[in-house]
Design a protein around this ligand. Sequence first.
Ligand SMILES: Cc1ncc(COP(=O)(O)O)c(C=O)c1O
Length: 466
Amino acid sequence: MDENGLSEEEVLAKLSFFSDSDTNFKKVLSSMCTVPHPIAVRAYHQFIHSNVGDPGLFQGTAKMEKEVIEIVAGFLNHPNPATAFGHLTSGGTESNIEAVLHMKNRFVAFQGNSGSSEPRKSEESKAERPETERPETERPGTERPETERPETERPETEKPETEKPKKPNLVLPKTAHFSFKKIANMFGIELKKAEVDSQSRVIPNSAESQIDENTIGLIGIAGNTEFGACDPIDKLSEIALKYRLPLHIDAAFGGFVYPFLDPARSGFDSKFSFDLPGVSSVSADPHKMGLSVIPAGILVFRDRSFLDLSLDKIKVKTPYLTSRYQSTLTGTRPGAAVAATYAVMKHLGREGYRKNVAYCMDLTDHFQKELERTGLKPYLKPQINIVTVNIGAGPDSGTGPGKGAKEIEAAREKTDKIRSLLLEKYGWNVSAAKTIPALRFVLMPHVTKEDINGVISDLKKLLDDD
Ligand SMILES: Cc1ncc(COP(=O)(O)O)c(C=O)c1O
């Protein structure tokens, strides 16, 4: 640090130097974030000093946060939004971390880590077995001396060295966001990945077959990162109820899209949130399609009682704050993000968000039309405003049956090359899909039809030259 500070003008000039190399979202078709709504920015400034992690000092912000959760629970079809429990987070990653942490805590509190990887019994199959057929450990009042118990029930110290306890596991679609990889590393959880169908939606049977005694919960995705597909959450909800497992829905992107989609136009009429009884928590990010500022994520649980078994493990006394306890992952939390989210939701209302989503869906339709004029087409018919385009070896190519590893590798190389050229030659930021060699376009509110015409025309030039 310099000995003497700089003048305000000097500092501002330095800031401009840095911000000049940041994007202003022009020509950005790769980001799931966008320019925040002006009212969100105003609210952010007004509450810039607010710490909602110290709710006694910032009682107004704390009330606002409660209202935000109730509003979000409302459009996520919670049967009684006032009883929903949640808070703002820094985004989808933190929301997923916290949801899974609660799952793990519940699992440990309920049954401990048995070390078994036996398939988890559904409630029906447990109930069906007569008392005499149940293993002794499941019969009430059956106590055996320590030495007679099977090894799986003995304390860790007595187990043979070779036998390691099985990790708790989480069953999730293989399309899940990479934040779950961080979670697995952080909490020592195994990820059991379920297969997806040709439309990138999880196959319920595949998810069910992954469940065993060490499964702590299930994940469903409403708006997956790669294709914007929505899993059949109704089926996952049934599975969750059958095995009495918590089900967290990662709607970081889709949470501010699906509730406002016109079903007549999109053909999407599936339920994905709290109107399905098996759904225990949902994450939805205001800093993506919610038009709020960064960082703004929302994590909502069906109700507080769901967390009874877990909250105590996270809850800590906070002697030097105005509240007695804190049970969020982070401590100091930006009240400004709460205010920004509150402001934009109040200002737009459902109608405003419907218009926002309709605008992005218009872009998506326009993108498809323009793309098809060039002879290309989306890899999957986009359900929401994410489009992937396979340019590897013709419009219908992909990783589908019949494609050899060599062809896929070649398609990937070509995709990377075209992606780089779009940026270097024409200034377009587009992203690449992960599971297939394809370009990926996210059509956010800052994108225009002119952008789409421009990027597709430049893409065509590059492909013609290639
Ligand atoms: C489905 C999904 N979940 C979680 C995340 C992580 O969100 P964040 O980057 O805000 O932590 C993303 C980000 O793209 C996402 O698409």
